[in-house]
Design a protein around this ligand. Structure first.
Ligand SMILES: Cc1ncc(COP(=O)(O)O)c(C=O)c1O
Length: 413
């Protein structure tokens, strides 16, 4: 028979002690979260700078960075302070009510992008920033009966039905094909002739990543974006640049278009913009946004004061700490060393990248190599089956880079 007094004491001690049942956390996630996410068998309990810590205080260099989100690293004191202050003051008012934090952010976005990009729609994710861009292109082509957009093979733009229509991977598209717009055509990335072949009287825009991320980390060849810009000008098409993954210093410039000397008509941003809180932004010119009538597009949460305060702090930290420059420097060090590793390694097909957006393509699936790296204290991401992708925080230093290289050398053999 159970002694209720003892049982109660044990229960109180259990709840008073700080000890957590980590296996229960893992089980609970495995059961109550949808099966859409393959789960790890460790629990991340905190992050500090470029490091994550698990339940046993094992530390990992975080080359996943929330899928390229944590550009300023984890737990930056200035970021925490900005959010705490804002939390006490004001969390939410809808976009129709002017607030200081939003106005500051809108100005900042206009400052870090060239003219005529100076009006933004603030949303909550990369997918939403792409949806807004697609809709902006469509309302700008209202005079066309069946407006078409050209995207690219290997492109990833999100998983909602509009963005998915412009995403190439059949694994993501297949179950939803009957709902995906047939008005998106796919050209070959980097091949200007294949874009020309798809242009017709209904084409309104070209939507592209300048460095394809999810598709395997493929930077554009040097002159190709300029050719694309010129073609869009010649044919009166909008150039939509999806900088969701490449933006905010990831490629060694604030935005990838800066590498190529072009100004897109519409730029989609998200991931790194708000230091980890969800935010998307679609920036374009006043002329283009004027093609929308009031309420033809809207959002409840987009651009709320809390996330705007987070984004303001994030951009300030990036500029004050020269994180874009650090991304270029550390990225070059990693890429050079990986290329050296690849030289006498038959398992590696190619090393590609720009700044701290790096892909190492192996000849065989990389799943086991990524697991091996976890055991050695580095978290890597994949891009497809055969590419190990690195999107570390832009704050990584020489010591982190040295360890990443030594782990890559071990798992590549
Ligand atoms: C280039 C690009 N566009 C859009 C998206 C979708 O962003 P989100 O997952 O924030 O909706 C992603 C996400 O990985 C991306 O890499």
């Amino acid at each position: 028979m159970r002694n209720d007094g003892l049982f109660l004491n044990a229960l109180i001690i259990h709840y008073m002690s700080d000890e957590k049942d980590f296996s229960k956390i893992i089980q609970s996630e495995a059961y109550h979260h949808t099966k859409l996410f393959p789960k790890r068998d460790y629990v991340i309990v905190r992050g500090e700078g470029a490091l994550l810590y698990d339940q046993n205080e094992n530390s990992y260099i975080d080359c996943v960075a929330g899928h390229g989100v944590m550009n300023i690293g984890h737990s930056h004191p200035k970021y925490i302070e900005a959010i705490e202050e804002q939390l006490k003051k004001l969390v939410m008012v809808p976009p129709g009510y002017p607030v200081e934090e939003r106005s500051k952010l809108l100005e900042k976005l206009a400052e870090i992008t060239p003219k005529p990009l100076d009006q933004s729609f603030l949303s909550n994710s990369g997918t939403e920033s792409v949806e807004a861009a697609i809709k902006l292109a469509l309302v700008s082509g209202r005079n066309k009966k069946n407006p078409e957009i050209i995207a690219f093979k290997r492109d990833f733009h999100g998983r909602s039905l509009g963005a998915l229509a412009a995403t190439f991977n059949m694994r993501y598209r297949k179950p939803f094909m009957s709902w995906l717009s047939p008005h998106v055509k796919f050209a070959s990335f980097g091949n200007i002739d294949s874009v020309k072949e798809l242009i017709n009287e209904n084409t309104v825009a070209v939507l592209t990543e300048l460095v394809q991320g999810e598709g395997g980390v493929y930077p554009s060849e040097k002159d190709y974006p300029k050719e694309l810009r010129e073609l869009c000008d010649e044919k009166n098409l909008l150039l939509i640049d999806d900088e969701v993954q490449t933006g905010f210093g990831r490629t060694g410039k604030m935005f990838a278009y800066e590498h190529y000397g072009i100004i897109p008509d519409i730029v989609c941003m998200a991931k790194g913009i708000a230091g980890g809180l969800p935010m998307g932004a679609t920036i374009s010119s006043e002329d283009l946004w004027n093609n929308f009538q009031v309420s033809e597009h809207n959002t409840t949460f987009g651009g709320n004061p809390l996330v705007c305060a987070a984004a303001n702090a994030t951009i300030e930290i990036m500029l004050e700490e020269h994180l874009v420059e650090n991304s270029a420097k550390m990225g070059a060090m990693l890429i050079n060393n990986f290329q050296e590793i690849a030289q006498d390694n038959d398992n590696i097909r190619e090393v590609r990248g720009s700044g701290l957006m790096i892909g190492i393509e192996f000849k065989k699936p990389v799943k086991d190599r990524i697991q091996q790296a976890v055991d050695l204290g580095v978290l890597f991401l994949n891009a497809g089956m055969t590419v190990i992708r690195l999107l570390p925080p832009l704050i990584v230093n020489d010591d982190h880079v040295e360890k990443i290289i030594s782990v890559m050398r071990k798992i590549a053999t």
